[in-house]
Write a protein of this length. Structure first.
Length: 688
DNA sequence: TTTAGGG
DNA sequence: CCCTAAA
């Protein structure tokens, strides 16, 4: 039996792609990418942490002074806050101290430790934990000043708990897109800590996402599709040639140009319909072997029942259990069927719903927030949290904004009853990580309309107008650049929740639509599918976001980010003891394109079976995602495919001509191998 | 790390 | 595609 738990973080509606994860180091140069990805995780966490911290600050400053008494533990403060207002806890992931009672430093992280993860995390390493508990110190922040700074999330580290966080400030008269706009990082009294110029177009990437990912983003966003054209001949491995005494398969046409196939894009681009982007994001195939399905479904949004039990209420994760027996059993029973098994690939994925955009309640007055999403009730619940009145006086031509909250969509998690609490925790953690890890960007909504023109200044847009601030909202949006590829529309492996009360596969809807704002360019259409994309990472072929100019950088504005130590951040995921069964994500399925098959066949004709490394080097050296094992497997399936009737074949049809060559080459090389063995046997016999 | 095969 | 025994 499976229980489905609904987790309501009090956030709602943004979509986050799953986190591509390198399955193993030996698979090639994925380390760097993984690092980047995980950096992004941290970014997202940072963002959340900031919001949480900010809310805590405001909460505290608005509540009676007793909370701020220096003598009280931060934990106590937090708890009081939570106790006082249910909504409040929805802003924070977790506010209770870890069970070990070890102060307030470890929170979520402690769950990892208790599950056999050796690494110890401190709040320093874990932004969320850190912020959750540290904001209690914010009482020493001047309220007025703080509100002016609009987002000075206090951060603290294990070593320096009183260190003030930085925040970004966007100069009012920002130049247009493509030009630089100054972003100042200042402390609460306005001292400039950092100053740097950001291209406006990249501002969000450089701020909300994180300052440290911008490079990566630019790399992905701006790098023109690397054309690994067929003219880039591959160099045949040196000293390997003497390895080819066996000769080539007669049918091999050696005069053919040996090309370096980088069919990354081929397999990705060509097979990815442009509609892919309309389907919201495609969840990660599998988050582990556990039969756990996590999905986000805005349709399920409800105001989570308030738990009376204080202990429960201290956690902001509310679980609602439903029976999901059929789902589980079906998964198991289908496991051995290759055909049905395809459906399993996405079973435990985190899904996001079309309600993917979450409104950021930003307001001058507590009750006012931009709330365009259908989950209005829940939204209000969380956005109504406001402490004091924020002062938005535009002194020195700066716009001051106070973001009340971000909302996270509901999380659905399916986990066997027999699962341990620890695994549940990890599951939730993974879900959260998956949600946040895919990269987010911020959109700006003014009076219900999406502000798309990044070139406009705040003044022109009216954002500097105090009145309009009431109608200003931010949205968290998935970053298409990092979104995993949606499955083919017809792909049955698309994760379909089995028996959820409501259909969950509502991908076609654009998040923005659900939120009342249409943003068709939210998912830029694929550009030039024929292009080759360099893929030295495991990420899914991402749309070569050429249209990322407008919407993807909608909001260069005014979102504070916490100041975290990059080092600390980078550490967290890396130290997670990779429990293969749970953490290692299955590589995304990337069917071989015909051209890839062609290259493979040709290489095998030349080199024979049994030298897959050479085949790889020869024909797939640039296709980083094709390992020699993959090639060997593909050849295996090709042989099989060639032997079965065309009616039984599935997937993209391979030209019969190729299949014939497969059979020929296979027969030839099998014979050669047999001869080789006979020869060796004779030799050994002679020696004996 | 590669190969070779079963899953 | 994954997992692994063997080489």
């Amino acid at each position: 039996m499976v229980l489905q738990k609904r987790l309501d973080y009090g956030f709602n509606g943004y979509q986050v792609p799953a986190i591509p994860r390198a399955s193993r180091s030996a698979r090639g140069r994925r380390g760097s990418f993984r690092q980047k990805v995980e950096d992004k995780q941290m970014c997202a966490f940072e963002l959340l942490a900031t919001v949480a911290g900010k809310l805590l600050q405001e909460k505290e400053s608005s509540s009676d002074s007793s909370n701020a008494s220096p003598g009280r533990s931060q934990q106590a403060i937090v708890k009081d806050n939570v106790k006082q207002e249910q909504q409040y806890e929805e802003k924070v992931f977790k506010v209770e101290p870890n069970e070990q009672g070890s102060s307030d430093e470890t929170v979520l992280v402690s769950e990892l430790e208790s599950q056999g993860h050796n690494q110890s995390y401190s709040s320093k390493d874990f932004p969320i934990a850190q912020n959750d508990v540290s904001v209690g110190l914010s009482s020493d922040i001047d309220n007025a000043d703080q509100s002016e700074k609009a987002g000075c999330a206090k951060t603290s580290t294990a070593n320096n708990r009183n260190e003030l966080g930085k925040f970004l400030k966007v100069e009012r008269d920002s130049p247009g897109y493509g030009q630089s706009c100054e972003v100042r990082v200042v402390d609460r009294i306005g001292r400039q800590l950092e100053a740097r110029s950001h291209k406006i177009g990249n501002l969000i990437n450089g701020t909300v996402r994180d300052t440290f990912c911008s490079e990566d983003l630019m790399e992905l966003d701006n790098k023109p599709p690397a054309l690994v054209g067929s003219d880039s001949s591959i160099e045949v491995p040196k000293c390997k040639d003497n390895h080819i005494p066996r000769g080539s398969f007669p049918g091999f046409r050696d005069d053919e140009k040996v090309v370096s196939r980088d069919d990354d894009e081929n397999s990705s681009g060509c097979t990815q319909p442009s509609t892919r982007n309309m389907k919201a994001f495609r969840p990660s195939p599998r988050l582990g072997d556990r039969r756990i399905r996590k999905l986000l479904a805005s349709k399920y949004w409800k105001v989570a029942p308030k738990l009376k039990d204080r202990e429960h209420s201290r956690t902001d994760m509310k679980l609602i259990f439903h029976n999901r027996k059929t789902c589980y059993t079906r998964q198991r029973s289908q496991r051995n069927s290759p055909f049905k098994r395809r459906k399993l690939f996405g079973q435990s994925s985190v899904l996001t719903s079309e309600g993917g955009i979450s409104n950021v309640g930003i307001s001058k007055s507590p009750e006012k927030g931009v709330d365009g999403d259908p989950a209005g009730a829940a939204s209000r619940a969380s956005s109504s949290v406001s402490g004091k009145k924020s002062s938005f006086q535009s002194r020195d031509s700066h716009v001051k904004l106070s973001i009340k909250s971000f909302r996270v969509p509901e999380l659905f998690i399916e986990i066997p009853e027999t699962a341990t609490v620890g695994s549940l925790k990890r599951t939730v953690m993974e879900a959260v990580t998956a949600i946040l890890g895919g990269g987010l960007r911020v959109g700006v909504v003014l009076k219900g309309n999406k502000v798309r023109d990044d070139n406009k200044t705040l003044v022109q847009t009216g954002i500097s107008n105090d009145e309009k601030l009431d109608n200003l909202g931010f949205t968290l949006e998935p970053n298409p650049t990092h979104a995993p590829p949606p499955m083919h529309p017809e792909d049955p492996s698309f994760p379909v929740p089995c028996d959820t009360p409501h259909p969950v596969t509502r991908y076609p809807t654009t998040p923005a639509l659900d939120s009342g704002m249409s943003d068709t360019s939210l998912y830029p259409p694929m550009t030039d599918l024929g292009n080759f994309i360099e893929s030295d990472h495991d990420s899914v072929p991402s749309p070569t976001d050429s249209s990322a100019d407008k919407t993807s950088q909608d909001s260069r504005a005014l979102v504070a980010i916490p100041t975290m130590s990059m080092d600390a951040l980078a550490v967290v995921p890396l130290h997670r003891k990779p429990r293969r069964s749970e953490l290692v994500q299955r590589r995304i399925r990337r069917p071989f394109s015909v051209s890839e098959v062609e290259a493979l066949v040709q290489a095998v004709e030349k080199l024979g079976t049994g030298r897959w490394r050479d085949v790889k080097l020869r024909a797939f050296d640039n296709a980083k995602h094709r390992t020699y094992v993959d090639l060997k497997d593909k050849w295996k399936t090709l042989v099989h495919t060639a032997r079965i009737s065309p009616q039984q074949r599935r997937g993209e049809p391979v030209p019969q001509e190729l299949l014939d060559r497969v059979l020929s080459a296979h027969a030839y090389w099998s014979q050669q191998q047999a001869k080789q063995q006979v020869k060796q046997q004779n030799e050994t016999c002679l020696l004996l």
